[in-house]
Design a binder for this molecule. Structure first.
Ligand code: GLA
Length: 379
């Protein structure tokens, strides 16, 4: 987002922009490892160049004034307001303020104008970008001393308590820890992570946004998590990460078919992340791609978080000879992520757009992936 534009808006809303600092945090992609984070499994995300930028100036009054440039809307709340704004969008910032204060960060009043280019409701974690942008900035500005993982947890707690999405830690983690040119494999049980330089010679990663709104708030996302927790409880383990295939078969008769299918997907997905890790170490992108297609099949048929438009985009990828493709993120719309050989790329992006339009009478959007850095101060 153009900082100059935000600065002008800040002047317009709040008088002048003297004493502002500028902060940003990115959205993300995820190569593989979907719906594994809240099951204690592995994920394989990377931060992207699309981000949220915020201009922030602290003030002496005990209140927060916000202006969301992309929505053309503002909001104001007092620091000790126990309810918070009604508009969901502003509850992300409100929740971050509350969660930081609960952790002992002495957040005082501030004015902020923010906006970004992470497509909304596309499964690229615009909400984590917003949370991490503010969590990082307010922690610095009010000398909170929290580390990156604690700030990621502030973002996650905001989703749980102020927005009602029982998400895992992947999105906020990578928005904080992202590194240009590297994906990161995170073990969501131990918190250990490893950066994997991402330079897939001869291949490109590209997203295709179906522009079907992916909305996790009030969505069946929480139902999926509940299914997983029911199966883990039946097996007697804390999360499905600790459930073996045999253990799952052992409770087969005690759980519903639906819960069984969902758990089966999660167990398979944990195995696939590890298969992809070792394939990457060998530079074997064809195997990476095959695993991506398997993930899609599981997400579509067993986890049931795809939709007609997204399945069509993946079928188109197959038809064009794309190495791997799948729905990315929480699901229910949003983007596919595609691993595409150079020689196939032009044909794929051309035909997928034409054929999507033909089939659904609406546009899809191609978004080339550039892996960028995590949350930081930029001015
Ligand atoms: C959303 C959540 C994440 C994760 C993904 C699915 O993006 O915020 O925590 O569960 O869905 O992998």
């Amino acid at each position: 987002m153009d900082t100059m534009k935000l600065r002008l808006r800040f002047e317009q809303q709040f008088g002048n922009a003297d004493g502002c600092s500028v902060w940003m945090a990115p959205g993300r992609i995820n190569l593989i490892g979907e719906h594994t984070d809240y099951n204690g499994g592995f994920v394989f995300p990377g931060a992207v160049c699309q981000s949220i930028t915020a201009l922030i100036r602290t003030c002496s009054e005990p209140r927060v004034r916000l202006w969301a440039e992309d929505l053309g809307m503002g909001c104001e709340f007092d620091l000790d307001d126990a309810e918070g704004p009604d508009t969901v969008h502003f509850r992300y910032v409100y929740g971050v303020v509350r969660e930081l204060r609960e952790r002992g960060v002495d957040v005082k009043g501030f004015d902020a104008v923010y906006g970004g280019d992470v497509p909304l409701a596309a499964g690229m974690s615009s909400s984590a970008a917003l949370e991490c942008c503010f969590a990082n900035a307010l922690n610095e500005l009010f000398v909170g001393g929290l580390d990156k993982m604690a700030l990621a947890l502030v973002g996650q707690a905001t989703e749980h308590k102020y927005v009602g999405v029982k998400c895992g830690i992947m999105d906020q983690f990578v928005s904080m820890y992202g590194k240009a040119g590297s994906l990161v494999r995170l073990d969501c049980r131990s918190g250990e992570f490893v950066y994997y330089p991402w330079h897939p010679e001869g291949y490109r990663l590209v997203l295709v946004n179906s522009c079907v709104k992916h909305e996790l708030v009030g969505s069946p996302y929480n139902d999926r998590r509940n299914s997983c927790e029911r199966v883990a409880a039946a097996v007697g383990v804390e999360t499905l990460r600790d459930c073996s295939w045999d253990m799952l078969e052992g409770v087969r008769k005690e759980i519903s078919d639906e819960d069984y299918r969902r758990a089966k997907f999660v167990l398979g997905e944990c195995d696939r992340v590890l298969a992809v890790s070792s394939a990457l170490e060998r530079g074997d992108y064809e195997t990476v791609g095959k695993q991506m297609y398997l993930t899609h099949e599981g997400l579509s048929k067993d986890y049931e978080v795809s939709c007609e438009e997204i399945d069509f985009l993946v079928e188109e990828a197959v038809r064009c000879g794309v190495t791997g493709a799948r729905i990315m993120g929480g699901g229910f719309g949003g983007c596919t992520i595609n691993l595409v050989r150079e020689e196939v790329y032009d044909r794929f992006v051309k035909e997928v757009q034409e054929r999507y339009k033909e089939r659904f009478g609406r546009e899809c959007k191609v978004i080339p992936v550039v892996i960028g850095d995590g949350a930081r101060r930029i001015g």
